[in-house]
Design a protein around this ligand. Sequence first.
Ligand code: NAP
Length: 257
Amino acid sequence: MKLGFIGTGVISEACIRGLFASELTIEQVCVSRRSHALSAKLAVDFSNVQVLDDNQMIIDQSDVIVLAVRPQIAEEVLAGLQIPLNKVVISLIATLTHTTLQQWFGQDVNLCRAIPLPFVAQRLGVTAIYPRQQTAETLFNAIGTVITAETEDEFDRYAVASATMGIYFESLATLSEWMTNEGTPQESAQRYFAALFKGLNHTALNHTEQPFADQVPEHCTPGGLNEQAVNIFTQQGGKDALIAALDSLKARLQGAK
Ligand SMILES: NC(=O)c1ccc[n+]([C@@H]2O[C@H](COP(=O)([O-])OP(=O)(O)OC[C@H]3O[C@@H](n4cnc5c(N)ncnc54)[C@H](OP(=O)(O)O)[C@@H]3O)[C@@H](O)[C@H]2O)c1
């Protein structure tokens, strides 16, 4: 398989490192020179990474083209590129719909959207794709698991869900900073919370059939400290803030259509 990445940033690097660590045979990866330090490092680390200046050349030399530039500059970068229908295009670009991308290309392309997350580098990803696309499933299954959305609205809900990574670290930061302010060394607080959430995540992954809401009381002794924490979190608007964040992301994605 010959892959080409237009945009060699954070998420392209994660995908490329994950793919080279996977069982797939990747014959060649073409990347754009932009983010020169990163593309140069990839070419040093992997002998079959080729750095090219011209995005059309990346397309011409690849069977699968991954679009990974930021949405703000995407039209400028992509409009006018010629992509034959026999090539697979996987767009990672947030908020840009099939309709918009097809309009920019001015021709039909074999297009699939995907949301790989940074830990695809460790092949631990969970990548939502839409629509079903055999090549995309093969690639992203090699670097984690794939969830195939049946509709664009469903795909957007995974986009909303994937945008909770910052909330996760904001929560960890808030929790560990409280301990640090009380006198615990920062490193100890961070190690504690990282391990606590790792254990909880393990439990959650092993019980995906059980509603999370039912797992709350299982982790809260009646009248105990965990129950008290949940009550304060809910009463002080913690739950409302999470829902407001998700609703606002949904509105932004709908507004982009
Ligand atoms: N990061 C994530 O977790 C994640 C997850 C899923 C999807 N995405 C999506 O993936 C896309 C990339 O995200 P990112 O986090 O990887 O961003 P990023 O690190 O900023 O990477 C964007 C890359 O595009 C390059 N670029 C700019 N203009 C270009 C051009 N004319 N031709 C070729 N390359 C050009 C930039 O190079 P310069 O540095 O030289 O400008 C940079 O290497 C975004 O649309 C984002 O929504 C990101």
